[in-house]
Design a protein around this ligand. Structure first.
Ligand SMILES: [Fe+2]
Ligand SMILES: [Fe+2]
Length: 193
C-alpha cells in the first residue's frame, strides 16, 4: 500500500476496514441486508459470488485435510482437487478483474467518501494475486508429488496446505470487507447491474 511499509490497512494485518469508511454499514447493518428492497440484482449477485468463493476455499481445505489424514487415495484426491483448484483460481482472477476495471471506479465516483476504501480493496487484489500464484505453484508441485513416495507426498501436502490456508484466510477477510463497503452503498443508491 505504501512503498512496502507494513500498515494497519494491509490485508495481512487488518481485522476490518477503518471506521471512517463504515458510515454506510452503520446505517445498513448486515442483519438488515436481506430484507432491503435493493438487495435484489447486483447486491445479491455479489454476495452469491463471494459465498461461492468461501465454499470452494472450504472444499479445497477440507480435501487437503482428508488427504493428509489418509482418508482418500492420492488418485481420488487428484481427480477431485485439480479441476476445482483450476476453477477457483480462474474464477477469482476474473472476478477481481471486473471489480478493478469496472465496479470499483464506478462505486468510487458514486460515493467519493469511500474512494479510499476501493483503493484498499484494489491493493488487496494484488496481494491475493501474488498468493494465487504461489498457490498454483504449490498446488502443481503437490499434484506431481502424488506420483512419488510417501515422504515427498507429505512434504508437498504440508507446503500446499500452508499456501492454501494463507490464501483462504486473506480471501475471507477481503470478501467480508468488500461486502461491508459495497452492499450498503448499493442499498443506499439502488445501483443496478
Ligand atoms: Fe475483491
Ligand atoms: Fe469481490
Amino acid at each position: 500500500m505504501n512503498g512496502g511499509q507494513p500498515s494497519a490497512v494491509d490485508l495481512e494485518n487488518r481485522a476490518g476496514l477503518p471506521e471512517d469508511l463504515l458510515f454506510l454499514l452503520a446505517k445498513y447493518p448486515r442483519e438488515d441486508w436481506q430484507v432491503h428492497d435493493n438487495i435484489h440484482g447486483l447486491a445479491s449477485m455479489w454476495l452469491e459470488r463471494h459465498d461461492m468463493f468461501r465454499e470452494l476455499g472450504g472444499l479445497l481445505e477440507g480435501a487437503i485435510a482428508e488427504h493428509r489424514e489418509g482418508k482418500i487415495t492420492p488418485d481420488a484426491f487428484a481427480r477431485f482437487f485439480a479441476p476445482r483448484l483450476r476453477f477457483f483460481l480462474g474464477q477469482l482472477s476474473g472476478h477481481h478483474a471486473i471489480e478493478d476495471e469496472h465496479y470499483f471506479p464506478l462505486f468510487a465516483t458514486t460515493e467519493s467518501r469511500l474512494a479510499r476504501g476501493f483503493e484498499i480493496l484494489d491493493s488487496d487484489h494484488h496481494v491475493i494475486h501474488d498468493a494465487l500464484g504461489r498457490n498454483a505453484e504449490a498446488g502443481s508441485a503437490f499434484l506431481r508429488a502424488l506420483q512419488q513416495d510417501a515422504d515427498a507426498q507429505r512434504l508437498a501436502a504440508d507446503a500446499y496446505a500452508d499456501a492454501n490456508a494463507g490464501l483462504v484466510a486473506m480471501l475471507r477477510q477481503h470478501l467480508t470487507d468488500e461486502e461491508d463497503l459495497i452492499i450498503p452503498l448499493i442499498l443506499e443508491r439502488g445501483i443496478g447491474m
